[in-house]
Design a protein around this ligand. Structure first.
Ligand code: ZN
Length: 81
């Protein structure tokens, strides 16, 4: 269970979801329902490498939409608009 202890405060990390926001020159991309581990004590969030790689792809696709605010869902990003 060592992997579930928060290295910052010693609290418990639990599987949860979070929102990921990228602010760039012409707009903001918000990705919701991103799977993450969240510390129940201090609120720090961890995203796996695999999740981070998918987030990068979603952001690059979302930027092409050229909307001021683009909201995507992590599990269904290609259909969100
Ligand atoms: Zn913590």
């Amino acid at each position: 269970m060592k992997g579930n202890i928060c290295p910052i405060c010693g609290g418990m990390k639990v599987a949860s979801t979070t929102s990921f926001t990228v602010d760039y020159n012409t707009g903001v991309v918000v990705i919701r329902n991103v799977p993450a581990k969240v510390c129940t004590q201090c609120g720090e969030e961890w995203i796996s490498d695999r999740t981070a790689a998918k987030l990068e792809k979603i952001v690059s696709v979302s930027k092409k939409q050229r909307q001021e605010i683009f909201v995507a869902r992590f599990n269904n990003y290609s259909l969100a608009s």
